[in-house]
Design a protein around this ligand. Structure first.
Ligand code: NAP
Length: 347
């Protein structure tokens, strides 16, 4: 039997990568399913508003929280299955994502290498269907196990039940990520035995080319992606940030054609459904926000899509800058940008 650790008046400032200050009335660090079940069964916690925290890397904390934060710290990773086409690997929700990717590669199971160095935890990965360099986690997903914190029951979600979309899943669609309905405890990935390198993103191809790698292995791709990310993206430990702050907008083909006629340099990517994805970072840069600050926050000088805390920012500062950027992009291009991180508590 484990003893559940519950901290009161907990500091969330060091638990979010934007380093925004906030406190939670209670914070429970959950290291096992037993601990999660014990928490749910405890009558003293009943009725308390809840929030599940992973690595805090996709979060804008807007103030204190008078409820219970569950920090998912469940660990463990193992190969859990195999069939004719694929290996299956399972990791605890609290495992660091990048460490897990490295572990799969060291174990000889490629497939996640394009997602190297994404900050956050394994449990958070399916919630926003993390993606980078031409791969989304849903393409390597088998299922996840989550504890329904209302019913106290474990539920398995396969890919269909997760209703994955572009940086989206049922957890966001139903607002469960804000209401603390489910605690994801473990995620199982399906890594096909037939592996082919995904190098269609120009940055990846150029990085491999520069390294003289003509026939990359998965380890080569992970190294290339890691090098690109280290160069372009600020390390949250040095410059607090939450990764890409806005989703790339996907617009109707006619709107994309009109914009391209007016702005021939605008990068566009045709989608399978006939719509067109625009690069949010380009729109933000053209709107004059690259490297520009507003109070203690700014848009990063090397990557306009990243909002950074220059020191001492609060959630309201982040919101004000994000709103100003959105308004300028809307006025100039007629395109609505949607934030990628979650604002919490919602106001
Ligand atoms: P980039 O290479 O400068 O490209 C700008 C945007 O164009 C990307 O966001 C990407 O969309 C899209 N794009 C580029 N090449 C493409 C292709 N061959 N086919 C389809 N779409 C293409 O982007 P970046 O900002 O340096 O980011 C590189 C990758 O890492 C992207 O996939 C990005 O999403 C990912 N990333 C994610 C985060 C995060 O916090 N979520 C942070 C940093 C980077 P997609 O975003 O749809 O891939």
């Amino acid at each position: 039997m484990t003893t559940l650790r519950i901290e009161t008046d907990a500091d969330l400032g060091r638990r979010n990568t934007l380093a925004l200050p906030a406190r939670a009335a209670q914070l429970a660090t959950i290291r096992s399913l037993d601990e999660a079940r014990a928490l749910v069964a405890d009558p003293r916690r009943r009725g308390l508003p809840r929030f599940v925290l992973g690595g805090g890397s996709n979060l804008v904390l807007c103030g204190d929280f008078a409820g219970l934060v569950l920090q998912a710290a469940l660990s463990g990773r193992a190969r859990t299955g195999e069939d004719a086409e694929a290996f299956y690997v399972t990791a605890g929700a609290g495992e660091n994502w990048h460490d897990f990717v490295q572990w799969t590669l060291a174990a000889g199971h490629p497939g996640l290498e394009n997602l190297a160095l994404i900050p956050g935890t394994v449990g958070a990965a399916p919630i926003q269907n993390i993606g980078a360099y031409g791969l989304e986690v849903c393409e390597r997903f088998a299922h996840l196990d989550a504890l329904d914190l209302d019913a106290g029951e474990l539920r398995r979600f396969d890919a269909a039940a997760c209703r994955f979309g572009y940086r989206d899943s049922v957890f966001k669609q139903e607002g469960w990520h804000l209401s603390g309905r489910y605690l994801i405890v473990a995620v199982t990935f399906r890594l096909p035995k037939a592996w082919a390198p995904l190098t269609r993103y120009a940055d990846v191809a150029a990085e491999l080319d520069a390294a003289g790698v003509a026939r990359p292995t998965a380890v080569d791709i992970a190294a290339a992606v890691t090098a690109i990310r280290r160069r372009k993206l600020p390390d949250p430990a040095a410059i607090p940030n939450a990764g890409s702050f806005f989703q790339n907008p996907v617009v109707a083909a006619e709107q994309a054609a009109r914009l391209q006629a007016a702005y021939p340099a605008l990068p566009t990517y045709a989608q399978a459904d006939g719509r067109v994805k625009l690069a949010a970072g380009w729109l933000i840069e053209q709107a004059g926000w690259k490297g520009r600050n507003r109070g203690p926050v700014g848009m990063f000088e090397k990557q306009a899509l990243i909002l950074v805390n220059r020191g001492g920012a609060r959630g309201a500062d982040v919101r004000a800058l994000a709103d100003a950027v959105r308004a300028d992009v809307q006025a100039r291009f007629g395109v609505a940008l949607a934030p990628e991180p979650i604002y919490f508590p919602a106001t």
